[in-house]
Design a protein around this ligand. Structure first.
Ligand SMILES: [Zn+2]
Ligand SMILES: [Zn+2]
Ligand SMILES: [Zn+2]
Length: 138
């Protein structure tokens, strides 16, 4: 994905394409797995951390990234699919590989609606399936 496309994605999401934002989004285009906050900090260790955290926050607020708590103890970020507004209907299962520790979005597996008591509303759900990915089968 080239710079022009990265810029396009940001503009579509109403986010001003600053240098840092471009770099962070570019980094997320390199993988289909979720990236942990620690990995992001490590990758951008020469950058200003408060700018980095602000960028991640902006991306989450604008439905560019969503956060995942896969039980590994560190928060992970993954790209939202096109058209995602991070509403309850967009919530999906995640798969966490117990061997290589990678976490991927199962975007075709939406979380079924849950029967909640009267006047309860759902805003988040944390559904993580754990097992072994195709690379770790043998
Ligand atoms: Zn989303
Ligand atoms: Zn694996
Ligand atoms: Zn996801």
């Amino acid at each position: 994905m080239n710079k022009k496309n990265i810029e396009q994605i940001l503009k579509l999401k109403n986010v001003k394409p600053t240098a840092m934002r471009m770099l962070v989004l570019e980094y997320f285009q390199t993988t289909t797995s979720a990236i942990s906050l620690r990995q992001i900090e490590f990758h951008f260790d020469h950058s200003d951390m408060s700018t980095l955290y602000r960028t991640l926050k902006t991306f989450v607020e604008h439905n560019i990234l969503h956060t995942i708590d896969d039980g590994s103890g560190t928060i992970k970020y993954a790209k939202c699919i096109e058209g995602c507004i991070c509403a309850p209907e967009d919530l999906h299962y995640h798969f966490h590989c117990l061997n290589c520790k990678k976490t991927i979005c199962l975007t075709k597996q939406n979380i079924p609606s849950v029967n909640l008591p009267e006047n309860f509303t759902m805003s988040e759900a944390n559904m993580v399936v754990k097992g072994h990915c195709s690379d770790c089968q043998s």
